[in-house]
Design a binder for this molecule. Sequence first.
Ligand code: ATP
Ligand code: MG
Length: 583
Amino acid sequence: MDYHPIKKPNVKNMKVKPNLIKRTGGKGNAVWDGIQQELSWLPGGTLNMAHECIDRHAEGAGKDRKALLWEGKEGEKETYTFGQLKEESNKFANVLKELGIKKGDRVFMFMERVPELYIAIFGALKLGAVVGPLFSAFGPDPVKDRLFDSGARILLTQPALRRRIADILPDLPELEHIIVVNKNNRDPDPFVKGDLNYDDLMKRATSELEIARTSMYDYSVMHYTSGTTGKPKGAAHCHFAVVQQYATGKWVLDFHKDDLYWCTADPGWVTGTSYGMFAPWSNGVTQLIYEGGFKASMWYELIQRYKVTVWYSAPTAIRMLMKAGEDIPARYDLSSLRHINSVGEPLNPEAIVWGLKVFNQAIHDNWWQTETGAILIANIPAMDVRPGSMGRPIPGIEAAIISDSFDKLPPGKEGNLAIRPGWPSMFRTYWKNAEMYNSRFRKGWYITGDRARMDEDGYFWFVGRTDDVINSAGHLVGPFEVESVLIEHPAVVEAGVIGKPDPIAMEVVKAFVALRDGYEPTEELRRDIMAFARKKLAAAVAPREIDFIPSLPKTRSGKIMRRLLKARELGLPEGDTSTLEED
Ligand code: ATP
Ligand code: MG
């Protein structure tokens, strides 16, 4: 075991201290040792994600290959080759350099999905800055918390977003410059005095740049977690993460050079960077970036028009497509799709059945977290999908189910999902909270906070978040199992299950369900759903109570917030709701 988390919190100056980070993952693991040879690296064994994703293609045969096909929300279209992305990101790096940005400084983006966001992220990485993309639907408070916590020196944003957060800007003592992108001159009154105009800065910048010789353990990207179980935590990753993002792009997403890939996640969440930038581009793959939001018909149209071959989405989006019905997809040619993947929440077996009907193929679930930086457990294309299972650990990853005293449990037993630390894309700290970071590592394991079980064949089955598991008369009930059965009922489109305190059983299972369009919330339907669940689940596991609600409370990354359902049910304080999606 050659891993130790950072021992001494260094809260005052969180700039990189490689000597504090025990070097792991790169040595002694044949899988990672092998795959990292496929990347180019920089002189002296240094590594920079931007070089691996952009420049190594731009400087070789990939120069004129398309990297990014952008479709704006007003129907605008732009294309960037790897060569162009290199030039533009070099320019942005020079813009930041002129502004005094150095290695380790935090550069944050509060942007819609426009090409300038992607250019800026790679530009900042080229300098060795730590990037923090924020989801554009955030209100002022979550933006303030994150900019304050990270001590960002630069904020890149757009006029309407800047107006939204105007009031919080004076409360950010470390923020020095605001750079504003007025995309395609969409905004008639874009700039506030003192702001910098992105277009002007870029016009003046040169595209000559030497990429910073970052160490593989220098911080690169930080993401705040989704806030599903509590206050979001700032997980920081290092440049070495690209090794695993590259590998999983090949193994799990099955990237080939001629693929047209679409990741529906926003870069404000880890899936939108790890798999909306680093995995596809380190593999030299062309990707579609769509600025607009969710609309079932538009999504199907994009797949048809761009001939998307590999698609990465999330259960919440899949449930929304399911809700929209099967008539819409029948109007589109979706035959270009070769491989569909899902992450973020458990993928209900019902969604896989639906995928087989609509796309004529299984949706492949995979599991990972903001903290893990890349996929760790997956249904890879070569495996038989077992509906309801997250798949098996990818090569190089040791996953296990361990007891509450951190000992390994045999197959079939439910317990804590744990990972042997040291994988390349592992987070290296919670920003300004090294203590909490250290607490996640116990007896040689990283404790994920999820509960699961492993079957005899090594497939992992998600049970629930540790906090969400219900103890009903001595039975441990995972909400996922109950929710999956509920959504098999034809009237139910979404379900959230909690444990409600009970004097006799300790907790009883209570479900909140949202109905498919066309169904009315009647007493008769309630009884019917209850009977349906009882038939499929053991009596102790089936919900005792069912409430109808129009939609379930979700994080802005689309996860059901069971803790909020519970707090509301019990009349308790709601806790941190900074990532709660508004209706
Ligand atoms: P917070 O840590 O702030 O409470 P969060 O855990 O939802 O929020 P993320 O890092 O975005 O933040 O999500 C990771 C979590 O999402 C996992 O720990 C797991 O609970 C859930 N998850 C992700 N993929 C899957 C999957 N395929 N099956 C089941 N659960 C998944
Ligand atoms: Mg989490």
